[in-house]
Design a protein around this ligand. Structure first.
Ligand code: ADP
Ligand code: MG
Length: 404
């Protein structure tokens, strides 16, 4: 073993000032007296080492952090219930978490690096360049489908698009609940209606029965059959309006000129208006197209104009205007009739709510229903003794060209 003849040592400190070790210089040949220059040189090295140690330290720390982060990300991806799928530029699936595989009925191996996104959703595979948030149905391994809510976002490396990441969740349960809610709503309405119908029909039936008994007992008056006939008409009217709501009719949606439709409705009601000393004005805008079931929309305007006529026992006017705004057409039916008190305004549209002796209280309920089915709105504005405006908003037909 070599003999150390000369020795010089300087401490190495860490950046925080803790002793890290010693930096040594020695000679095994001769006894040597180190100069102050040697000491300074060694000290400089030592300081330099302090920096190297620090650098290595932070590098290790960054690596550790990165490792931890990756593990964490992995854990998150492994354990979340949402499906996560990575897609490359060719639409190939390069990554999928266990939930994604399970939801689609595959194993991770069956999907990753073998399947393309087109096998899950044809529709989505053509739109990987944009961020899409939507609901859709994804294809399962067994040939079935699941309803999903998904977000698909393109991924960029600097400015280059390198693929997309898709997250999705199964919304079968939610769909079921929605359907259930809709059904119970319909049932509630049916229940409400049934109670009302029984009441509404019992009255005329009682009258008819009474007159039948009278006729049976030998007394006859022409007025009896007249009343019976008008009571039967009333039952018929109620049933017709109800069927309008309840029966799934053959619906035939068409691109329809709404002003032309209004003209037809007005000509239908004009004689009644003249008899009641009511003038009807209609501002026509040509070629105002709406995608609708024309018979149903006619039914709505017949209801509204009839109501306006009923509100004008002493005569007056009805004004029908059209306005185009934000891809919708707004048709207003205004009358200068009796108006609606606030207490009544709240109850409009409730089945059988009527203030008329011979009313059915079904017109507005049916109208509301029809307009809602057309993605539209029906809004009342009224002042007592001044008049009423009903505003019907309907989506404009998409490809309508104003002057074609
Ligand atoms: P009905 O016409 O058979 O009474 P509707 O559902 O069509 O049933 O109307 C319900 C109620 O709304 C009417 O009885 C009336 O009180 C009120 N109403 C509707 N439109 C008007 C209007 N233009 N002016 C005044 N009241 C109206
Ligand atoms: Mg009515």
């Amino acid at each position: 073993m070599a003999q150390i003849k000369s020795f010089l040592g300087v401490p190495i400190f860490t950046k925080e000032g803790a002793l890290f070790g010693t930096l040594c210089a020695f000679d095994t040949h001769r006894f040597f007296s180190f100069t102050p220059e040697h000491v300074t040189l060694l000290q400089t090295f030592s300081t330099f080492l302090t920096y190297v140690i620090d650098l290595e330290d932070s590098k290790a720390k960054v690596e550790r952090d990165l490792d931890r982060l990756t593990t964490k990300t992995q854990l998150v991806l492994q354990s979340i219930t949402e499906g996560v799928i990575g897609i490359d530029l060719n639409g190939k699936i390069t990554f999928c978490n266990p939930s994604a595989a399970a939801l689609l009925g595959y194993s991770s191996e069956e999907i990753m690096d073998t399947m393309s996104i087109g096998q899950v959703s044809v529709h989505l595979s053509q739109r990987l360049e944009e961020t899409i948030e939507d609901t859709s149905a994804f294809l399962l391994k067994n040939g079935g489908e699941i309803p999903v809510e998904f977000v698909c976002t393109p991924i960029y490396d600097k400015e280059f698009r390198i693929g997309a990441v898709l997250t999705f969740k199964d919304i079968t349960e939610r769909r079921k609940n929605e359907e259930l809610a809709l059904k119970s709503e319909k049932l509630a309405l049916a229940g409400q209606l049934a109670a009302g119908i029984a009441h509404e029909i019992r009255n005329p039936l009682t009258a008819i029965k009474g007159f039948l008994t009278l006729i049976d007992s030998g007394s006859y008056d022409k007025r009896y059959t007249q009343i019976m006939s008008s009571e039967i008409n009333r039952i018929e009217l109620i049933l017709t309006e109800l069927l309008m709501l309840a029966k799934p009719q053959v619906v035939n949606y068409k691109r329809t000129d709404i002003c032309l439709l209004l003209k037809e409705v007005i000509s239908l009601l004009e004689t009644q208006a003249i008899i009641k000393n009511v003038s009807i004005h209609h501002e026509v805008i040509e070629n105002l197209w709406v995608y609708c079931e024309p018979n149903q929309i006619k039914q709505v305007f017949i209801n509204l104009i009839k109501n306006a006529l009923d509100a004008l026992p002493k005569g007056g006017w009805i004004q029908i205007d059209n306005l185009v705004e934000n891809h919708t057409v707004q048709i207003t039916v205004t009358d200068n009739g009796v108006g609606i008190p606030p207490s009544t305004l709240k109850r409009l549209g409730q089945p059988f709510y009527t203030t008329k002796e011979k009313g059915t209280g079904l017109g507005l309920m049916v109208s509301n229903n029809i307009i809602a089915n057309h993605d539209g709105k029906l809004v009342f504005d009224s002042r007592l003794n001044e008049g009423t405006t009903v505003k019907v908003t309907l989506p404009l037909y998409k490809d309508s060209k104003p002057n074609s």
